[in-house]
Design a protein around this ligand. Structure first.
Ligand SMILES: [Zn+2]
Length: 234
């Protein structure tokens, strides 16, 4: 292989590494956000469970208030019943008492139902709490791992960029560097590629002419793929 092509191939390896590291550094914060999002779902689930429990508690309080109001009415009616001299009024007050007592029964049944619901809702809160704690553990761990990965990638990137500078300095050919840079972008990192024994360019997978292939083999000049322009090495 020609020395300059060999050097470019080395540079390309470094550039591919830099691209991969940079892509990962873009990816990491997104992964951290996604991890936090999972936490948000569990936090929301816990808040909903707590809110449902609170609403149920308010309903229980209201039922209890209603029961209290009716019991007061019953007491008052009974006093009136005791004080009245009229038979007709006595009977009327008595049926009022029965009506309120019926309502108290219904309300007490309702209160029991609500208390059962409260038990279920307490269980749901406990479950949501456990799930959140578990997710929190995973998320904390994942975020810490991603943080460590980012630190590692930054160090690797700095190292790769330093290596790149050294390699660029060694090549010391501006035109060749321009061609390389253009091809690296156009061919998505596949600027310097192997040409197979079947004369296939491994950047675009099109077969090159025998002359191009022969040039790549002899190395008397830099050989470019006839189709995509990639620099070929045998
Ligand atoms: Zn090609």
């Amino acid at each position: 292989m020609r020395e300059d092509v060999k050097q470019l191939l080395g540079l390309q390896e470094t550039d591919q590494k830099i691209e991969a590291l940079e892509a990962d550094l873009v990816r990491i914060p997104k992964l951290q956000e996604a991890a936090k999002e999972r936490l948000a779902n569990d936090t929301q689930a816990l808040a909903t469970a707590k809110s449902n429990y609170q609403s149920n508690e308010i309903e229980i309080k209201n039922v209890e208030l209603d029961i209290g109001t009716r019991r007061n009415s019953i007491d008052r009616l009974k006093v009136q019943q005791f004080e009245t001299k009229k038979n007709e009024e006595y009977t009327k007050l008595g049926s009022e008492v029965i009506r309120y007592e019926g309502q108290v029964d219904e309300l007490e049944t309702r209160e029991l139902e609500l208390m059962e619901i409260a038990d279920n809702l307490r269980t749901k809160i406990a479950e949501a709490d456990t799930a959140l704690a578990k997710t929190q553990g995973f998320v904390d761990e994942e975020i810490a791992e991603l943080e460590a990965r980012a630190t590692e990638r930054k160090a690797e990137l700095a190292e790769a960029k330093a290596t790149r500078e050294t390699k660029v300095a060694e090549i010391n050919d501006e035109d060749l560097m321009d061609t390389y840079a253009r091809l690296f972008n156009k061919r998505e990192g596949q600027a310097i590629v192997h040409v197979t024994n079947a004369r296939s360019c491994t950047s675009c997978h099109v077969q090159v002419t025998p002359a191009t292939y022969a040039l790549a083999q002899s190395g008397s000049a830099i050989s470019h793929c006839d189709n995509c322009g990639a620099i070929l090495f045998p």
